[in-house]
Design a binder for this molecule. Structure first.
Ligand code: FES
Length: 576
């Protein structure tokens, strides 16, 4: 139920601006220094706009303009907007991986909000880890928050053919390596695959996570599917600015929205989208901030009864622009409405059920019906076994069905460099039935659990026409990747997980139907190997890397820092 409207003196920012003391004098005189008259902010909700724009983040190139549109909405609704830059995690450029910095962005977001006079916040993100990073921080801060998703970029184009982010890079890279594509054509693809502002337009991590955010109730209805270049995206930004002011007056906080049922809605939606496996890690982490515990098996259970309806690459044929024209996320959610909890509250003060009223699908081929899905159910499977006691995941629809039950001999790479050096070697003892194992790619070992899980097919097998193999790693995989890739093996090899004990030629059995992944080596031999195992040297001797390695949790716990989970409250800052 909507809470009664607060009085201006009850706003958090009142302590900064509204009292008569020396500190408030400082805050007001410094606001005057920036050109603001007292009447512009006095008694108004202060709205922080956390903008992850940066000149090195191509997915957020439109965020300067969008921030102005958000401000327009805030002013219209009687708020006082304050734009604050927050760390931009640029998926293509940041090394070793943006995942390593997701928690740093979350900490920055939380501390910016707590330490400044924010009554509410507009979170601007979209490129992969910016979405969970901003949300994790805002959930922990606890003030009213609304998310403005960056929106997908337009379809890629090459000689009249559609190009999709990520998936087509891998596809044409393999063709180039197999000698089936000219270098000049490869360069044309380079120029055509990302031709507009916005995040990746396949159902990768970005589209998955912004859609998950909408399903959680943290965006305006319909926001996540709007292409960045569409003028509706500007209007959505403006309306989000208006909405947050109302949320502040009526104290609608993340805690009112992010209930256990909301997270279940998010998992149903991610499954119906055929979303990225990265969503598991991020949803668990966000839920952890909200005090909601989600096990890996819960994802498996929900995936086991939820069909994939979004016919969007890499699971399907189309791109996010087509998905938007076909009815977008509201259309898709209307098709799984009976699997969703409609009573969940959302940022516009209405329930999810109310927001789905009137939602329609305009193209049954892009957003399929439950009777004619892209994939029946089971879009995700969680494995256990002696190779992954704390779990591993696989996306069966992306795999060649013949590998879903497969025993093969391991070809082991100790880390990414080892793999890069040997994978295309003529001497590599490998055939189509082999199982490629990459270790040293987990949260600590990667570091940052990079998206290396789709190990390349060895060149000599590519030349034989091999398109898929079983691949196992403690890495993640881009949502735009595909193949029989077992990911997120936990605990990771770097901290002594069983993956560290695998040797070349060991037999490994994968049985997706039985949810098993086992190393077929007897316990005595494994005990001998464990006794002889030398832990690798820490990757960092100083800086953020040390804190990261000391506190990051494993994939099944969301890779958040152990000290950032929900728990003891952090005190509001004293103002003196
Ligand atoms: Fe930003 Fe893919 S590179 S979402």
């Amino acid at each position: 139920m909507r809470k009664t409207k607060r009085r201006p003196e009850e706003l958090r920012s009142h302590r900064w601006y509204g009292v008569e003391d020396l500190r408030a004098f400082g805050h007001r005189s410094r606001s005057a220094q920036m050109g603001y008259g007292r009447e512009e902010y006095a008694g108004k909700p202060v709205i922080a706009i956390l903008n992850t724009w940066s000149e090195i983040n191509p997915c957020h190139t439109h965020f300067r303009a969008r921030a102005e549109e958000v401000k327009r909405g805030v002013w219209q609704a009687g708020g006082f907007p304050v734009e604050m830059p927050a760390m931009s995690l640029s998926e293509p450029f940041q090394k070793p991986t943006t995942m390593m910095y997701r928690n740093l962005l979350a900490m920055e977001a939380e501390e910016l909000l707590r330490s400044y006079p924010a009554d509410g916040v507009v979170l601007m993100g979209g490129c992969d880890k910016t979405t969970p990073g901003l949300l994790m921080g805002a959930i922990s801060a606890g003030y009213p928050a609304i998310f403005v998703p960056a929106g997908p970029m337009l379809r890629g184009n090459w000689r009249g053919q559609l190009l999709g982010s990520g998936s087509d890079s891998w596809k044409y890279w393999d063709r180039l390596r197999a000698g089936e594509l000219e270098t000049s054509a490869w360069h044309e693809i380079e120029d055509g695959i990302a031709r507009a502002a916005g995040h990746c337009m396949t159902m990768g991590t970005a589209s998955t996570m912004t859609s998950v955010t909408e399903a959680l109730g943290m965006t305006l209805p319909g926001a996540a599917s709007i292409p960045a270049a569409d003028s509706n995206h500007s209007r959505m930004a403006m309306m989000s600015g208006r909405a947050i002011v109302d949320m502040v007056w009526h104290e609608l906080k993340p805690a009112d929205i992010l209930t256990p049922a909301a997270f279940e809605n998010a998992i149903v939606t991610a499954t119906a989208l055929g979303g990225s496996t990265n969503a598991l890690v991020h949803i668990i982490a966000m839920a952890g901030r909200a005090g909601v515990e989600i096990t890996l098996e819960r994802f498996d259970e929900i995936a086991g009864r939820t069909p994939t309806l979004a016919n969007v690459r890499p699971s399907g044929a189309y791109l996010m622009e087509d998905f938007y024209y076909a009815g977008g996320l509201r259309g898709l959610m209307s098709r799984v409405r009976d699997r969703l909890e409609p009573a969940c509250m959302t940022v516009n003060g209405l329930t999810l059920g109310a927001n789905l009223e009137g939602a329609e699908v305009y193209d049954d081929n892009v957003i399929r019906t439950v009777d004619k899905p892209v994939y029946e159910a089971g879009g995700l499977a969680v494995l256990r076994g002696n190779l992954c006691p704390s779990g591993a995941v696989i996306k069966p629809p992306s795999a060649d069905p013949k590998f879903l039950k497969h025993t093969g001999l391991a070809v082991v790479f100790d880390d990414y460099n080892d793999m890069a050096a040997r994978i295309d070697s003529d001497d590599l003892a490998v055939d189509e039935t082999s199982i490629l194992v990459l270790r040293g790619a987990g949260p600590v070992g990667g570091p940052g659990m990079p998206e290396w899980g789709m190990l390349p097919i060895p060149k000599k097998l590519l030349a034989q026409g091999v398109k898929d193999m079983v691949r196992i790693s403690d890495a993640r995989m881009s949502g735009t990747s595909y193949g029989t890739c077992v990911l997120h093996v936990a605990p990771e090899s770097f901290v002594g997980g069983p993956l560290a004990l695998v040797r070349d030629g060991d037999a490994i059995a994968l049985d997706v139907a039985a949810r098993r992944l086992d190393l077929l080596v007897d316990d005595e031999e494994l005990a001998r190997r464990r006794a002889a195992w030398d832990p690798p040297k820490p990757r960092y001797a100083r800086g953020y890397g040390v804190m990261y390695a000391d506190h990051v949790t494993q994939a099944d716990k969301g890779c958040d820092f152990d000290f950032l989970h929900a728990g003891a409250a952090v005190p509001e800052p004293e103002i003196h």
